[in-house]
Design a protein around this ligand. Structure first.
Ligand SMILES: Nc1ncnc2c1ncn2[C@@H]1O[C@H](COP(=O)(O)OP(=O)(O)O)[C@@H](O)[C@H]1O
Ligand SMILES: [Mg+2]
Length: 257
């Protein structure tokens, strides 16, 4: 279905977003083509999570200007569940616990259309879910367990656009490898872009996750806009040695963006 898309998978144009009475995003432009994986960098509190939450349609994020097109459709009037059904999925940084719903039940709902039992068995193997399957979603899960549970839900959904909010935060090295491997499998990181069918947008602070996931391009969210664009590993290296302020001053970035 997505291979017949007339245009890019996601187009964000001059997006302005307020939370409460504060404007957080002040004119974000971003285009993601089918098959691409993008990385979002930027200082703490700069609005990275705000951008992802706005794309999925979380309540409280008010679009005051610009627009978001997904598969050519303006998302403005679509609720969060309609966006999910269209193929947008998110792995939250701090996934909420859901009392009374077992992880297995959540996965069955997310895997609609697929034989859920097979799908769940594969996810169990890939993400080592074990006893978590019969427990309430994220109730008392450790950091690594919560991330694996979140990743399992996203993989069961198989979204066309997968958003990841700091997938490595609060996770030990072994779990980063498991989570990163699952992300790369979903995004088909080893294949050429033209052979991939899904797209990704990954927020990362440390860049550790990029040891396991192939990304095509990175952006720096700074002062409410995407100020800079470049090769993910080059940008992360630049930022870790010189900081964000110096990075967005860089003439090369300005000519690229
Ligand atoms: N649901 C919310 N309620 C109140 N303030 C929020 C909410 N979400 C984000 N913000 C505020 O928006 C700003 C950007 O936050 P965030 O998008 O989480 O940044 P980042 O992910 O880049 O660290 C912060 O000042 C944060 O406090
Ligand atoms: Mg955040």
């Amino acid at each position: 279905m997505t291979s017949e898309l007339p245009g890019p998978l996601l187009v964000i144009e001059d997006l302005h977003v307020s939370v409460g009475d504060r404007e957080i995003l002040r004119g974000v432009d971003l285009t993601i083509q089918e098959g691409e994986t993008h990385v979002l960098l930027g200082p703490n509190g700069g609005g990275k999570s705000t951008l992802l939450n706005t794309i999925v349609g979380m309540p409280g994020y008010r679009v005051t200007g610009g627009r978001i097109l997904f598969k050519g459709v303006d998302l403005a009037d679509l609720e969060i569940d309609e966006r999910a059904r269209m193929g947008i999925g998110i792995a939250f940084q701090r996934p909420p616990a859901v009392r009374g719903v077992r992880l297995r039940q959540m996965l069955e709902v997310a895997a609609r259309g697929e034989v859920a039992e097979d799908a769940i068995a594969r996810l169990d193997e890939e993400l080592n879910l074990g006893h978590m399957l019969e427990r309430d979603v994220n109730m008392g899960f450790s950091g690594g367990e919560a991330k694996r549970s979140e990743m399992a839900q996203l993989l069961a959904q198989m979204p066309d656009l997968a958003l990841f909010d700091e997938p490595e935060s609060g996770v030990d090295l072994d779990n980063i490898a498991v989570v990163g491997g699952a992300m790369n499998a979903l995004l088909k990181g080893e294949a050429r872009i033209s052979e991939r069918t899904r797209a990704g947008l990954i927020i990362t602070h440390t860049g550790h996750i990029l040891e396991f996931v192939n990304a095509d391009v990175a952006h720096v969210l700074y002062s409410g806009r995407l100020a800079c664009k470049g090769n993910p590993l080059d940008l992360i290296e630049e930022i870790s040695s010189h900081g964000y302020d110096a990075c967005v001053e860089c003439k090369l970035c300005q000519t690229l963006s």
